[in-house]
Design a protein around this ligand. Structure first.
Ligand SMILES: [Zn+2]
Length: 320
């Protein structure tokens, strides 16, 4: 197994080390750095990165990475884990989703060395982390007052990504392309397998989302042969969806939901009611098809066009 070099810092075989990768200066001249921990195993193997808080207000992934790091020992690890728990350092310290210039980092990949701040950070991540690694898992939560059911999203037609998704064994795996400019889309274009894990809500620790995430990451590492299988490789049940859709508010008002996260729904089923403040002018939201509720708004105030319920469609269940 060889040494690891990131930002000219060498992490020896069988060692773990923190690296502060310089990103940019604040207007105060304070140097902002990307905190990274490298765990370099004694034996040769896959090089997996774990990233979180690309959206600076999404905290569950930060906790997931910390708990995974607690369980690793470089003397027994095969391959290498590169942990970047806070990618959007600027948003994180401001408790905001975006960069100080209002850009969404997860729409700026692969970025460029001379672009906007978000574009430069994306470029740094691609050249220092993605280029170095063989596999990736990017951890997210729902944004904008929404909660996500624990789920993995990836290209299930890519055999290595499917292998990781099945090993993760989240309650549901969702197949599909990722938006242009996202880390997932930039990594997929480089032919590397990547999973996105979405669970819980921003600004919070959700214990279920964190527990499912920690176990899932460890099962992927076990399946890749980096660590011993955490639960003896026991098979589990997971759902798979090939499609998803947002049910949006047809009118503005005050929302009362009639469905919970993780519930199956059928076509035409009432899912919630939007009314005015006096309870009049009722509008009932109904399901456009059979599916599973994978995301919900937490906010009773809705504007017309707001995404209220995220529904996985064409859902099947199988053992993974
Ligand atoms: Zn996110």
């Amino acid at each position: 197994m060889s040494d690891v070099t990131i930002a000219d810092i060498i992490v020896g075989n069988g060692q773990r080390q923190r690296i502060d990768l310089p990103v940019a200066r604040l207007p105060t001249q304070t140097q902002m750095t990307l905190p990274i921990e490298v765990v370099n195993g004694r034996r040769e193997g896959p090089r997996l990165w774990l990233s979180a808080a690309l959206h600076g207000d999404e905290l569950n992934g930060v906790e997931i990475i910390q708990r995974v790091l607690d369980k690793l020992n470089p003397r027994t690890l095969r391959g290498e884990l590169v942990a970047i728990p806070i990618v959007n350092i600027f948003g994180f310290i401001n408790q905001q989703r975006y960069l100080p210039d209002g850009r969404d980092l997860n729409r700026c990949f692969p970025g460029s060395a001379s672009g906007s701040l978000a574009s430069r950070l994306a470029h740094l991540f691609m050249t220092q982390i993605v280029a170095h690694c063989s596999h990736g898992i990017d951890l997210h939560t729902g944004g904008a007052h929404r909660t996500n059911l624990p789920q993995v999203r990836c290209d299930l037609d890519d055999p290595e990504a499917r292998r990781m998704a099945e090993a993760f064994a989240a309650p549901i795996m969702i197949h599909g392309e990722s938006p242009a400019g996202s880390l997932r889309s930039a990594v997929a274009k480089r032919g590397k397998p990547i999973l996105v894990y979405e669970a819980g809500e921003s600004h919070r620790f959700n214990s279920d989302a964190i527990n499912v995430g920690v176990k899932g990451v460890l099962r992927v590492m076990g399946d890749l042969g980096m660590i011993k299988q955490p639960d003896g490789g026991r098979r589990r049940q997971s759902m798979e969806a090939s499609n998803r859709t947002w049910i949006r508010a047809r009118r503005s008002g005050i929302l009362r939901l009639q469905v919970k996260l993780g519930r199956s729904v059928t076509e035409g089923q009432p899912l919630g009611v939007i009314r005015d403040a006096f309870g009049d002018d009722k509008y009932t939201l109904t399901s456009p098809g059979s599916g599973l509720v994978i995301g919900l708004t937490n906010c009773p105030l809705v504007h017309e066009g707001d995404g209220i319920i995220h529904l996985a469609l064409d859902v099947t269940t199988h053992r993974v």
